[in-house]
Design a protein around this ligand. Structure first.
Ligand SMILES: NC(=O)C1=CN([C@@H]2O[C@H](COP(=O)(O)OP(=O)(O)OC[C@H]3O[C@@H](n4cnc5c(N)ncnc54)[C@H](OP(=O)(O)O)[C@@H]3O)[C@@H](O)[C@H]2O)C=CC1
Ligand SMILES: Cc1cn([C@H]2C[C@H](O)[C@@H](COP(=O)(O)OP(=O)(O)O[C@H]3O[C@@H](C)C(=O)[C@@H](O)[C@H]3O)O2)c(=O)[nH]c1=O
Ligand SMILES: [Mg+2]
Length: 293
């Protein structure tokens, strides 16, 4: 089709960027760029690439996602996660195109009793979380049409993630210790990509829906619960799994960056605005295992 709009996707080799190419098929002419084609740490590179393709929609799943490393590379993380989203928003505004951006549960401090609402105060506890919050604020300041989609605990059958770390550790360890006092929703990258495509396909009034949304699989668990489910799925497929999964407290697994204890995000706004009820994290995990085989 000649009159299909161009959809520009950043970070094509990332977990979510990779799946977006697949899920967006048929919704536009997809231009999915790697770091070589658009370097988010360089605003001029961003402007040049956007102006070359003149997209009708920009989707930005690219990010600096190494949470512990970000404590040491604060400036680089800030450039990619904090500055670049604002530049993309300015470019989107010039083109009168919406920007769909991904953010994180790590913008919250994790100290709430119940599920977080999008209207709750943010208070990031890590350099990564602060950089992602800066990116959100930069987008909102531009006042372009945008969706900021806060997701959590993203995994895939490829890339770097907790699921693949667990499967790797299982190969030579019989006992693992896993944090059991941090709660959230593991989210399959394909669920994210499919829900994003669903929103795009529904052709919303972008001005009306502009704003910030929680965007995860349904349900909740701890990292220990997630690991337990991962090994249950893996064992079903005849793989060797650890005999013992010990529960750890956060204090027993010290890391450079502080993680939120409660990352449980309310999905009510997503349902009310777009009529989306995400699959449970358990359902999505089983489907992801089909993809690994
Ligand atoms: N992973 C998670 O658990 C969570 C992620 N999120 C957010 O969701 C989004 C998607 O995350 P996910 O797919 O997991 O991320 P990944 O780490 O899998 O992918 C990130 C992508 O960003 C690219 N990238 C990094 N730096 C640059 C740069 N300077 N210029 C251009 N591209 C760059 C990487 O490129 P390259 O391949 O070359 O390294 C990579 O392809 C991000 O916004 C992230 O903050 C939110 C909550 C949880
Ligand atoms: C490998 C391992 C981790 N853990 C714990 C540490 C930590 O609390 C938790 C998760 O560890 P990870 O380092 O994989 O997760 P982390 O990199 O913090 O994952 C985060 O990434 C960013 C990008 C986000 O936006 C977040 O939503 C979240 O997904 O599991 C164990 O308890 N035992 C282990 O053997
Ligand atoms: Mg990590």
């Amino acid at each position: 089709m000649t009159n299909m709009k161009t959809i520009l996707v950043t970070g094509v080799n990332g977990q979510v960027g990779w799946e977006l190419q697949r899920s967006l098929q048929g919704l536009g002419r997809i231009v999915a760029l790697s770091r070589n084609e658009m370097d988010l740490s360089n605003p001029d590179s961003i402007r040049t690439a956007v102006r070359q393709h003149n997209p009708g929609l920009i989707i930005n799943p690219a990010a600096y996602t190494a949470v512990d490393q970000a404590e040491k590379e604060v400036e680089l993380a800030h450039a990619i996660n904090g500055i670049a989203p604002g530049v993309l928003a300015e470019e989107a505004k010039r083109l009168n195109a919406p920007l769909i951006h991904f953010s994180t549960d790590y913008v919250y401090d994790g100290d709430k009793a119940g599920r977080w609402l999008e209207t709750d105060a943010t208070n990031p506890q890590s350099a990564y979380g602060r950089s992602k919050l800066a990116g959100e604020e930069a987008i909102r300041a531009v006042q372009a049409q945008h969706l900021i989609l806060r997701t959590s605990w993203v995994y895939a059958a490829r890339g770097k993630n907790f699921l693949l770390t667990m499967l790797r550790l299982a190969k030579d360890k019989d006992t693992l210790g896993i944090v059991a006092d941090q709660f959230g929703a593991p989210t399959w990258c394909r669920t994210l990509a499919d829900m994003t495509a669903h929103i795009v396909a529904s052709r919303p009034d972008w001005h009306e829906v502009s704003g910030t949304y929680h965007f995860t699989c349904s349900g909740e668990t701890s990292w220990h619960g997630f690991a337990t489910a991962i090994f249950a799925e893996s064992a079903k497929r005849g793989n060797k799994v650890p005999a013992t999964l010990n529960t750890l407290t956060t204090d027993q697994y010290p890391l450079p960056a502080k993680r939120p204890k409660n990352s449980r995000l309310s999905l009510d706004k997503l349902d009310q605005t777009f009529g989306i009820t995400p699959p449970s994290w358990e359902q999505a995990l089983a489907l992801c295992f089909e993809d690994i085989r």
